[in-house]
Design a protein around this ligand. Structure first.
Ligand code: CO
Length: 207
């Protein structure tokens, strides 16, 4: 590691130059090929949490996964940002799989479980608060850490259901496009992904 600048940011450029050079060395023409088109098979919808970087934890290269991240990996039909990403990924890129990935230890999920207001983020987290209300008895019976983990899982399943009800997905399945939606959760404590078994495909929705 070379000397870091006093404001601690210029090493990002040093990292970048080293990375780009290494990529080009290991796979000559890599960037040139990617420059003309992207052809990712996957759309990842995950949390903004810095500990859950989609490419790194799945071992995917640039060009292999289209990514949308927000606090607590929410899918809302009123969110123009998320819906635009889903629409582009499904209709233009024709991704084969969509992964909604939550994670244990999610600050957004924790905030939604608490009584206290967390400021402007409360508005964003309101759909998780609805989930808490819907599963109140189950969550109340658990220790705080277990309740948080359970709510993270419930949240992923809920977002998968919401995604499957979007016009983009319904139309894709109606025209016979093969695109499966998966619900996964990531453990920040062990670096491992778990499949929540929430896979939905055209067969489930139209068959
Ligand atoms: Co999170």
């Amino acid at each position: 590691m070379s000397t870091r600048d006093c404001d601690g940011i210029s090493y990002l450029f040093e990292n970048n130059q080293r990375w780009a050079a290494q990529m080009e060395r290991e796979a000559p023409g890599f960037f040139g090929r990617l420059a003309t088109r992207q052809n990712p098979k996957f759309l990842w919808i995950g949390c903004s949490d810095s500990r859950v970087p989609a490419n790194q934890i799945t071992g995917l290269m640039p060009g292999e996964v289209f990514v949308h991240r927000n606090v607590a990996n929410l899918v809302a039909q009123t969110d123009l940002n998320c819906m635009s990403v889903v629409d582009f990924a499904v209709r233009e890129l024709r991704v084969r799989h969509i992964i909604v990935c939550g994670h244990y230890g999610c600050a957004g999920v924790k905030a939604a479980l608490g009584e206290e207001t967390a400021g402007v983020i409360d508005h964003w987290l309101s759909s998780i608060r609805d989930l808490v209300a819907a599963h109140r008895a189950e969550l109340d019976a658990l220790e705080p850490a277990a309740a948080q983990a359970r709510l993270s899982e419930l949240n992923v399943r809920h977002q998968v259901r919401t995604l499957c009800r979007t016009t983009v997905l319904k139309q894709a399945w109606r025209r016979g496009q093969q695109v499966d939606v998966h619900g996964w959760i990531y453990g920040v404590e062990d670096g491992l992904l778990r499949d929540l078994g929430a896979r939905v495909s055209a067969v489930d929705m139209t068959g």
